[in-house]
Design a protein. Structure first.
Length: 313
């Protein structure tokens, strides 16, 4: 048995049992992948995959257990490589952050600016996507960290760390009638066209739930993943906007006004996720601590070791 066989097996599963796509992902040939898998099965003495003709269709029962072991072995191999790199170069390397637009645009700039001062030799990369996509990047070792409000909590293979709390605000043009109200209600908001986030972003499920509990049907005229888009359409008079509080800056958004609505939609928590069993280089811990001062290396290591089952802000 060898690591190439293990990588071929894992990638075949990741590519939905398509050996041609697995070969492309690994920059090798399809016959080479097929041969390596057959040789692995012969050495193990069991079929790893079920087949229909020459095509593999699924994992057999022993194949499922073998894949679990292969995943652990490859994870340990990656950890060994990272340990070597960490001690060889403590202050340089690559850090890939997978996150949503809201986090990349509003929550991360000051953190990244501070981090690059401390580690000027570390090359940073920000990969944007929806919560499911960024979680998958971490699971597949394509990113070191995932940062999002929805979609990454309680996922298999990930440890999620609550990082900071935030609430929504309503944004309006200057002089809007909502600005005159001392206590804004859901009924007040439902009286206007609403521009807000796509269903999978930035606390949108809480917005929908709040209106549903009051049996209100808000007139949502536009959905977006980008708070800047929401604010732009509010400026042109298309409706009122509901955005994350962190996305509004009075100095920057001079053509808009904001109304806090945390009392209507509750408090949201942004989480940071790391892969279970991953080896984190020293500068990764520093980045996490800068992003969320409530976290520290000792606590993170305890969570990864299973010494703490739950951590809350």
């Amino acid at each position: 048995m060898n690591l190439h066989q293990f990588r071929f097996l894992r990638e075949a599963v990741r590519q939905n049992f398509n050996l041609t796509e697995a070969a492309k992902a690994l920059h090798t040939s399809q016959p080479g992948v097929s041969k390596a898998i057959i040789e692995l099965e012969e050495e193990l003495g069991v079929d790893v995959f079920t087949r229909h003709g020459k095509r593999i269709r699924n994992l057999t029962e022993p194949g499922q257990r073998i894949l679990a072991s292969v995943e652990k072995i490859l994870q340990e191999v990656e950890s060994l490589k990272r340990v070597g790199k960490d001690y060889a170069a403590q202050d340089q390397g690559n850090l890939v952050i997978a996150t949503t637009h809201t986090q990349a645009r509003y929550a991360l700039p000051s953190v990244i600016a501070e981090f690059t001062k401390k580690y000027p030799k570390v090359r940073l990369s920000i990969q944007q996507g929806n919560p499911a996509q960024i979680a998958d990047m971490v699971v597949r070792d394509q990113a070191d960290l995932a940062i999002a409000t929805e979609g990454i909590v309680h996922l298999k293979d990930l440890i999620t760390l609550p990082s900071y709390q935030w609430q929504h605000v309503v944004v309006t043009p200057p002089g809007h009638p909502l600005l005159e109200k001392k206590h804004v209600t859901l009924e007040d908001l439902a009286a206007y066209p609403i521009i807000t986030y796509d269903a999978h972003f930035a606390g949108r499920p809480k917005i929908d739930k709040a209106f549903a509990l009051r049996q209100l049907q808000p007139d949502i005229v536009l959905e977006a993943i980008d708070a800047d888009v929401i604010k732009t359409y509010v400026e042109v008079g298309m409706g009122i906007g509901i955005v994350a509080g962190v996305a509004f800056d009075a100095a920057r958004d001079q053509n808009l006004r904001s109304v806090p609505v945390g009392h209507l939609f509750g408090t949201n928590v942004t989480h940071l996720a790391i892969k279970q069993g991953a080896y984190l280089r020293s500068f990764v811990y520093t980045f996490i601590e800068l992003f969320s001062p409530t976290l520290n290396r000792k606590l993170i290591e305890q969570l990864m070791a299973g010494e703490h089952e739950i951590y809350e802000l």
